[in-house]
Design a protein. Structure first.
Length: 234
């Protein structure tokens, strides 16, 4: 579904990513691991059209998208849950979810998508009139994911979904990631939580200093002594 070929990208005169290639298959879950500053968010921003791609290409369903505007990429069905959630704190949960229905297809079937989000996260239905700014960190992350799902993505991208959350909430978030994938959605998740990524994703890429340092199935990387020592504390 998504293919990045030898991409170099960055800000100003600085290349953050160099010759990066990854593939996200249709209906798969792909994990992107790496320490803070490795370039995970830059890679996601490049896919979303928010960071300049200097060379290489990004293909979505066979079409080049590296020169397209962010709003066009969203309309194609690539929806990002950004690090930090980026909610509208003074608006209600319900209003934040309605704002997620940006795509033309999402506006036509908002209620159906909303019902599905409520099935994944019942607390969003129970507290739908509460302001987003008064929610806990875990509830805000659920809302951010719910807002993305209302857009009816073809590819869901999550940037550090477990950041700052309690272990029980992290389990809930990753259970939903697995469920939406089982329901047919393609997922790319960037994380520092190596254990959760290796338990969830089928294929995993490891970014280090702006390059792909390791790649393979989750089972292969989990068995790697390098990954065990560097990311799993074994």
């Amino acid at each position: 579904m998504l293919e990045i070929r030898t991409m170099t990208a960055g800000y100003g005169r600085v290349d953050v990513l160099r010759d990066v290639s990854i593939t996200v298959p249709d209906r798969g879950i792909v994990g992107l691991l790496g320490p803070n500053g490795a370039g995970k968010s830059t890679l996601i921003r490049s896919i979303s059209g928010l960071t300049q791609v200097r060379s290489g290409e990004i293909l979505f369903e066979g079409k080049q998208i590296q020169t397209r505007a962010p709003e066009d990429i969203v309309e194609m069905g690539i929806i990002q849950v950004p690090q930090g959630r980026m909610l509208f704190p003074d608006l209600s949960i319900e209003d934040n979810l309605q704002l997620g229905a940006y795509r033309t297809v999402a506006r036509r079937s908002f209620q159906k998508a909303l019902n599905q989000v409520h099935a994944y996260f019942p607390i969003l239905r129970e507290r739908r009139q509460q302001r987003a700014g008064v929610l806990s960190g875990g509830e805000q992350q659920m809302l951010a994911i719910g807002r993305a799902l209302v857009a009816q993505p073809r590819l869901l991208i999550l940037d550090e979904p477990s950041l700052g959350l309690a272990p029980l909430i992290i389990e809930t978030i990753f259970d939903v990631i697995k469920q939406v994938n089982a329901d047919g959605l393609t997922v790319l998740v960037a994380e520092q939580n190596a254990m959760k990524v290796l338990q969830t994703a089928e294929t995993v890429y490891v970014l280090e200093n702006g390059r792909i340092a390791h790649a393979g199935t989750s089972h292969e990387l989990a068995a790697s002594k390098t990954i065990q020592q560097s990311y799993l504390g074994i």
